[in-house]
Ligand binder design. Structure first.
Ligand SMILES: Cc1cc2nc3c(=O)[nH]c(=O)nc-3n(C[C@H](O)[C@H](O)[C@H](O)COP(=O)(O)OP(=O)(O)OC[C@H]3O[C@@H](n4cnc5c(N)ncnc54)[C@H](O)[C@@H]3O)c2cc1C
Length: 427
């Protein structure tokens, strides 16, 4: 039966959810507080689809790395210490999740989600051909140090064991793979199933397509709180039903409400009394309109943790994960950290290439265990949550939409371990 689905948030996760719900014949409304001509995390990112990313951010060694880099102003990972109970609790959960046991448990799930996400993008591409420059040439992890290369060789072995193809390459093989750019690296690993796309084009094409298909968009509409009524009790406690979301443009009613508010989703969920441990992970990107050289394959500069993606004739460099709260200011030293690292991998590039290049900033929604929150919440019979994708929000967007649509329909999804994505896992 067709339902009225109200999606809170018009980033990539909100649009992907609208896409999947529309296919089930629902009446879909997307609400966002920004203008139609908006920016945000879903636009200026590196646009990579990453079956190679089966190791979550919360992994052994990350706490040590975070502490080591804490005092460096140019480091790619940083946590700004502040007196916040939410931050302290998030860090504690991050530490608990950063064990080898958790990584081993979650790697097959992240692999399955990313592979299903890739497949869903191929399906979307059939519907909007040439809509977002999907390029299936794989991704290379480029290593400038022996230590970095050793680590990546181990990841490649694990990837192959998990059924994600990965090939270790020497500098000559890397040049043969991508003659478009001169590399000064010791070696790397090619993950042929990874892809890249242009996120700006994805967002614009998908939005236009959804609108043509009948999705209603409410721009400059801020969700403030919810109107809910008690409908009973369960073993977990009381059960409520949301009738409407109250916004600056009036109440919007619906049958199902999906929270896709990105790094602000915890504030939205908090209005319903749902505790969703979430921190904003700030990142930057710089896009060269006329790069000296243009690779054909996207890459990650391993030690610098910089993602490099060709988008049309332009070249985008993205990086940094700063846990700094909802602060969208630009730190020149972090941006400098990205720029300075590039000639170590691509020696023909110079820092001066980036003079006048305006840095872009985005806040990733980060859960402490590096897994998204996905599904129904246990306290409300008609509220679903889709957020916490961290560094993989583009890659996992379309499969997220499909899984939310499955949850609304009560359909089995065929992916094992989805219970571990429950938004109630920290309740
Ligand atoms: C530098 C960088 C590089 C990245 N590279 C990649 C990559 O290569 N591959 C990949 O998969 N991912 C990548 N990511 C991550 C990816 O961009 C994010 O995970 C993804 O964009 C998050 O999408 P979202 O829809 O959850 O959030 P957002 O895009 O932030 O959308 C959330 C929306 O909710 C709205 N909203 C919030 N609160 C309210 C409210 N109260 N009322 C109304 N509206 C509200 C906001 O206005 C916003 O438009 C990268 C991120 C960064 C920063």
């Amino acid at each position: 039966m067709a339902k009225k689905i109200v999606i809170l948030g018009g980033g990539v996760i909100g649009l992907a959810t609208a896409w999947a719900c529309l296919k089930d014949g629902h009446d879909v409304t997307v609400i966002d507080r920004r203008k139609r001509q908006r920016d945000g995390c879903s636009f200026g990112n590196a646009g990579m689809l990453v079956p190679s990313h089966f190791i979550p951010l919360a992994a052994p060694g990350m706490i040590r790395l975070g502490l080591k880099w804490m005092w460096s102003r140019e480091s790619p990972f940083a946590i700004r210490p502040r007196l916040s109970l939410d931050l302290i609790s998030w860090l504690w959960k991050f530490r608990q999740a950063s064990t080898q046991r958790q990584v081993d448990l979650n790697a097959p799930l992240l692999r399955d989600l990313n592979l299903a996400g890739r497949k869903a993008f191929l399906e979307l591409e059939q519907e909007i051909p040439d809509g977002f420059e999907l390029t299936q040439r794989g991704l290379v992890m480029l290593c400038a140090s022996h230590e970095g290369l050793e680590e990546e060789v181990e990841v490649a072995e694990l990837a192959n064991e998990l059924g994600v193809p990965a090939t270790v390459m020497n500098p000559k093989e890397l040049t043969e793979l991508d003659p478009g750019i001169r590399m000064g690296v010791l070696g790397g690993v090619h993950f042929p199933l990874d892809c890249h796309l242009s996120p700006n084009r994805l967002m614009n094409s998908l939005e236009e397509y959804l609108e043509q298909q009948g999705v209603k968009f409410c721009w400059e509409t801020t969700c403030d709180h919810f109107r809910a009524a008690n409908t009973g009790t369960t073993a977990a406690g009381t059960l409520d039903r949301v009738n409407a979301v109250t916004t600056n443009q009036g109440d919007i009613t619906g049958d199902e409400f999906v929270i896709c508010g990105g790094a602000w989703s915890n504030l939205l969920a908090g209005q319903l009394g749902i505790k969703l441990p979430l921190q904003a992970g700030k990142g930057y990107s710089l896009t060269l309109d006329q790069p000296r050289q243009l690779p054909e394959v996207c890459s990650i500069l391993k030690e610098a943790r910089v993602a490099v993606t060709p988008m049309g004739r332009t070249l985008r460099f993205g990086g940094t994960m700063e846990i700094v709260g909802h602060d969208e200011s630009i730190s020149p030293s972090r941006v400098r950290g990205i720029v300075r690292s590039i000639p170590d991998y691509f020696p023909d590039f110079e820092e001066s290439d980036f003079l006048g290049c305006k840095p872009w900033v985005g806040l990733r929604p980060c859960s402490p265990d590096g897994l998204p929150y996905l599904g129904r919440n246990s306290r409300h019979e008609n509220v679903l949550i889709a957020t916490g994708h961290g560094m993989m929000g583009i890659s996992l967007s379309m499969i997220t939409g499909k899984l939310i649509a499955d949850a609304i329909e009560g359909r089995a999804s065929g992916i094992e371990g989805l219970a571990r994505l429950s938004p109630a896992r920290y309740a």
